[in-house]
Design a protein around this ligand. Structure first.
Ligand code: PRX
Length: 654
């Protein structure tokens, strides 16, 4: 952990209040209503969550114990039985709702589909039966490597329907990355597509899966289901590969939802950490169902009449919680879009908003920064008047970008919810409730009711107002990570031991630095560990370093982040070569490509610098602080006396 990054440079003072009209129509209408909820949660957290679990979800059997907290292990609604797909689908099959659009989808080449709640339910049940026919049973893991097409949501829900644990792998990850995840999860089935469309090109997904599974390298995988999307020729391995469409034919659409224990796993989602290997974050059915339902409802003020477009790919947690589970659980319409934000038409996002009458639009600051570069005329030439609420997630939003979003996209009338959260938290943790909390550009404002957040020092003591510290969560919440799959030690060491309160309490360590201002508003400063945020995607520097040193030319590698205008951060790699290799432009390109091969295009270094030696302490630790300064072209300051060899630094500088 470094403390150098946890100083804030934001001096933002502007305050934006929601309109009276917005507040009056929202679930939580005022600061005092918000305060009441927080007080109620504080008085008796278990009663608070239990009442909500009872009123917001349908259970097959009610729980015996609300919370079993054996720090740092939490079990929520113990003994309760439910199925998330019952809450997302079956309960909306009433006469008045079943024909409402559940999912509307826009393909990049211009094709589109709409599923009503009734139709989505049919599709999910049918695929659930297909999975059963392939021998998938409760608890089995299913890998999903799909583009942003309806089948991605259907596959996730089909797994959840029968109690199989899905593990979605972002379609931009490489064969190597797929292999690592499938191996760790010991997946029985993989669901993929022949390809996906991105920027008018076909991304060959099945070929990547074939490479990942080559020579039986993932022995647990018995079957591969392939959706026809692009129609390109692919290899189908007999007795292993089946077309989705063929499997569906003649399969029954009758599949009752499996009653799941509240603490049964729902999914594993791999995310980057400070070590080389991504970790499998495990979420369970009961707590995640409640937390995504409630945060969608209150943070996005989502009604069943809303058309919610969360632009995140389902390969990330945002897509899980706010493209699939949260909006469906609330009976709203969720929008899915296949392409990139500028696939041949820089106005394509606004076309989708106009076409489907999107009312709540949720995206990442990196996308807004990109859209800003196309100018104001594009959004202004579209009818965006359906939008009533905007959201952002994934990285700190610069006040200038916030103001543009507010003025140009929100026409000055839409509140913006800047939501801070993580793969591990399951849902939004810090956010304005849009009808209740005035916003400040760049601040994620206040904790969601029931969440106890603080900014502390390493001993867990709160730091003074406006001083930087570590963002922690002091009490368990229903949507929290339960464990790291196959690695309980890593669960403990990553999240629960870095901050050590003297009285032996357990605080959840977020990995983020923050400060709280005089109004109690939180300002996220960024990661305090070796995790980098590239275009809202999380990557561990160690992960990229491991990829680099797996190349035969590389002796040592150190990777740091550098500020980037559109992406927020980009990667710079410092490399020492083995003696028989020479630094050339060709080798630079080879190494960049090697990282893409090992991880995926999001990890491609923006720059590679070759060095004779890396600056290290006498105990052999690479001094990344200096590398970060060099990568950014800044003055190298601070104590250099601990360096083993000063000339390494001098050479790099020159
Ligand atoms: O550093 C924080 C940043 O994204 C990290 C979590 O990444 P991931 O697990 O991939 O989930 C991303 C989407 C939930 C956090 O540790 N982050 C997320 N939201 C914000 C943010 N940083 C600042 N402001 C936010 N609103």
């Amino acid at each position: 952990m470094t403390t150098t990054t946890i100083e804030s440079n934001l001096q933002e003072q502007r305050l934006f209040k929601p309109s009276t009209k917005f507040s009056q129509a929202s679930y939580i209408k005022s600061r005092s209503e918000y305060n009441k909820l927080c007080d109620r949660a504080q008085e008796n957290p278990e009663r608070f969550w239990a009442e909500l679990a009872d009123s917001e979800l349908q259970w097959f059997k009610t729980w015996d114990t609300v919370l079993d907290w054996q720090p740092p292990h939490a079990k929520w609604f113990v003994g309760g039985k439910l199925n998330i797909t019952h809450n997302c689908l079956d309960r909306h099959l009433t006469a008045s709702s079943k024909n409402m659009p559940a999912l509307v989808w826009q393909g990049e080449p211009g094709d589109a589909r709409t599923y009503s709640y009734f139709e989505l339910h049919q599709e999910v049940c049918q695929m659930a039966n297909v999975l059963k026919q392939l021998g998938v049973t409760k608890g089995d893991r299913v890998g999903i490597y799909l583009p942003m097409i309806p089948e991605a949501a259907i596959a996730m829900l089909a797994c959840a329907r029968i109690g199989a644990v899905h593990s979605v792998i972002f379609a931009g990850f490489s064969a190597e990355a797929i292999k690592g995840r499938l191996l760790d999860a010991e997946a029985k089935v993989v669901i993929t597509a022949d390809g996906g469309w991105r920027k008018n090109k076909v991304v060959p997904l099945k070929t990547q899966v074939d490479k990942a599974l080559a020579s039986g390298e993932v022995p647990s995988v018995e079957s591969v289901i392939v959706v026809i999307r692009t129609g390109q020729r692919i290899h189908m391995q007999p007795d292993r590969d089946y077309w989705w469409q063929d499997l569906q034919n003649g399969t029954s659409c009758d599949c009752p939802a499996e009653p799941m224990d509240s603490e049964d796993p729902l999914f594993i989602l791999y995310t980057s950490g400070t070590t080389g290997k991504p970790k499998g974050v495990v979420h369970t059915v009961g707590g995640y169902s409640l937390y995504t339902h409630l945060t969608t409802k209150w943070a996005f003020d989502l009604k069943d009449t809303d058309v919610f477009w969360c632009t995140a790919d389902v390969g990330w947690i945002t897509g899980h919680s706010y493209t699939v589970y949260g909006p469906l659980s609330n009976g709203a319409t969720t929008v899915m879009y296949e392409g990139a934000p500028h696939a041949g038409n820089p106005g394509c996002l606004w076309d989708v908003v106009e076409k489907y009458g999107v009312t709540v639009f949720y995206t990442a600051p990196t996308a807004i920064r990109l859209l800003m570069t196309f100018g104001e005329e594009l959004p202004q030439s579209r009818n965006l008047s359906s939008i009533r609420l905007l959201g952002t997630v994934g990285e700190p939003i610069n006040p200038t970008v916030w103001m543009w979003y507010h003025r140009v996209i929100g026409a000055g009338r839409c509140p913006i919810v800047d939501t801070w959260w993580q793969t591990e938290t399951g849902g939004v943790m810090l956010t304005p409730l849009p009808g209740a909390i005035p916003t400040k550009p760049g601040s994620a404002t206040l904790p969601f009711p029931g969440i106890v957040a603080d900014v502390v020092d390493l001993s867990g003591n709160p730091v003074p107002v406006n001083e930087g510290g570590y963002l922690v969560i002091k009490q368990p919440w229903p949507g929290m990570i339960r464990t790291v799959y196959n690695n309980p030690d890593r669960y403990l060491s990553t999240y629960w031991t870095k901050i050590a309160p003297k009285d032996g309490q357990y605080f959840y360590f977020t990995g983020d630095g923050a400060r709280q201002d005089e109004d109690g508003y939180f300002w996220i400063v960024g990661r305090v560990d070796d995790v980098i945020n590239i275009a809202g995607h999380r990557l561990g520097t160690m992960e990229v370093e491991s990829a680099l040193v797996s190349h035969s030319a590389v002796a040592e590698a150190a990777v740091v982040g550098r500020a980037s205008e559109i992406k927020g951060e980009e990667l710079v790699a410092f490399i020492t070569l083995k003696p028989e290799y020479v630094a050339t432009e060709e080798l630079t390109q080879t190494l960049k490509q090697h990282v893409v091969h090992e991880i995926g295009a999001i990890a491609r270094p923006a720059e590679i610098q070759f060095a004779k030696a890396l600056p290290k302490t006498r105990s052999g630790k690479i001094m990344r602080r200096f590398l970060r300064a060099i990568a950014s072209g800044e003055e190298v300051t601070g104590d250099v006396s601990t360096l083993e060899d000063r000339t390494a630094l001098d050479k790099l500088r020159s």
